[in-house]
Design a binder for this molecule. Structure first.
Ligand code: KG4
Ligand code: ZN
Length: 338
């Protein structure tokens, strides 16, 4: 079954064709990062305009690279939540037009569910139930994946998302937006024990994260050093910061895995590309006998193959949208499982 996936929730205009959710026939991603980095972050108005300019070309490229026409597609899957509303609406409107003209079914896909599904593309042997840590620019969740379309969020960030924290720390150190990958590269050259950063204490839910204190600690360290004229080694700050993020992610996730008796863990989202995060979980999971699944690097960040893949499972579960489908800026995964 061939699904055309469309993704435009943030700053990547993406389209892909998958077969039976697993086989990726094409995966086209047009990034706007070079423009947004001039402003140090995504400018929603610019994102919407660029999606509008790019979407027709990106979808047509995805179809032609997969060597299929729209007539040979069985359904169109589109990200409808969560994300920047103006950006989402471009993909949704395009998908609706395509479905109206072609008579194909429209499948609404949750962006975070898409990130989780990126692991099905990479790993044939991953099947629910399992625990998933989703770490992206906008979200940090510990999710119980009960089935392909059923989730329970058991932990979430109280403030900044992990990727947001990477990007803000990177900006303070002096790296371009989005700074996560620059911290990753710099950390390889630095001493992870050079600086000591705080681990947050979160009351209430024991699986919840908090990253704003860590972000502030990096800002204070760098600003104080500048004021005093003290030298600071960016690689050491990056390595110490990344080590702290890894410790926070590993400790909360392992606590959840232990409490739930989970023997399978997947990681998803842009930050799952981080080499320190991957190594930390590989080490901890092998120590505890937990099977770890990590997405292929090309499916960690935003892409439409993951949307088409999740669209396949949503289609099998009977999910369909009509032409009044709207974008939703904030929507918990729990809500789509009700
Ligand atoms: O999943 P994603 O592409 O978009 C959202 O849905 O938010 O995640 C983007 C985030 C950004 O914050 C980016 O800096 C971060 O993922 N990221 C990384 C790395 N590659 C991307 N963070 C740390 N290390 C990386 N190698
Ligand atoms: Zn994303």
């Amino acid at each position: 079954m061939k699904i055309l996936g469309i993704e435009s929730s943030c700053d990547e205009t993406a389209a892909a064709v998958t077969d039976d959710g697993k086989r990726v026939l094409s995966n086209v991603v047009s990034s706007q990062i070079d423009e947004h980095k001039l402003y140090g972050g995504v400018v929603p108005e610019i994102a919407s305009r660029r999606h509008l300019e790019n979407i027709d070309r990106v979808v047509n490229d995805a179809l032609s690279q997969a060597r299929v026409t729209i007539d040979e597609i069985d359904a169109v899957a589109v990200t409808y939540a969560p994300g920047l509303i103006g950006a989402l609406l471009v993909g949704i409107s395009y998908a609706k037009g395509l479905c109206l003209a072609s008579g194909k079914p429209l499948i609404p896909v949750h962006h975070i569910a898409g990130h989780i599904a990126a692991n099905y593309i990479t790993h044939d042997d991953l099947k629910p139930p399992y625990l998933c840590l989703v770490i992206s620019g906008g979200h940090s969740h510990i999710v119980e994946v009960k089935d392909y379309t059923k989730y329970r969020v058991i932990g979430r960030t109280r403030d900044d998302a992990a990727g947001e924290c990477f990007d803000k720390a990177a900006r303070t150190i002096g790296f371009d937006y989005p700074g996560g990958r620059h911290i990753d590269a710099a950390a390889k050259l630095g001493n992870p024990d050079a600086y000591s950063f705080p681990h947050p204490s979160v009351t209430g839910s024991k699986y919840d994260f908090s990253f704003s204190g860590l972000k502030t600690a990096v800002i204070n360290l760098v600003h104080n050093a500048h004021q005093k004229g003290d030298p600071i080694n960016p690689n050491d700050v990056a390595a110490s910061f990344q080590k702290t993020v890894c410790e926070i992610l590993v400790s909360k996730t392992m606590l959840a895995a232990k409490d739930l008796g989970a023997s399978t863990l997947a990681i998803a989202g842009g930050v799952s590309a981080n080499s320190g995060v991957r190594a930390a979980f590989e080490k901890e999971c092998s120590k505890r006998g937990i099977r770890l699944f990590l997405p292929d690097l090309k499916y960690c960040g935003d892409n439409a193959a993951m949307i088409a893949c999740q669209g396949y499972y949503d289609f099998l579960a009977g999910k369909r949208a009509t032409l009044d489908l709207n974008g939703v800026a904030t929507l918990s995964l729990d809500k789509i499982s009700e």
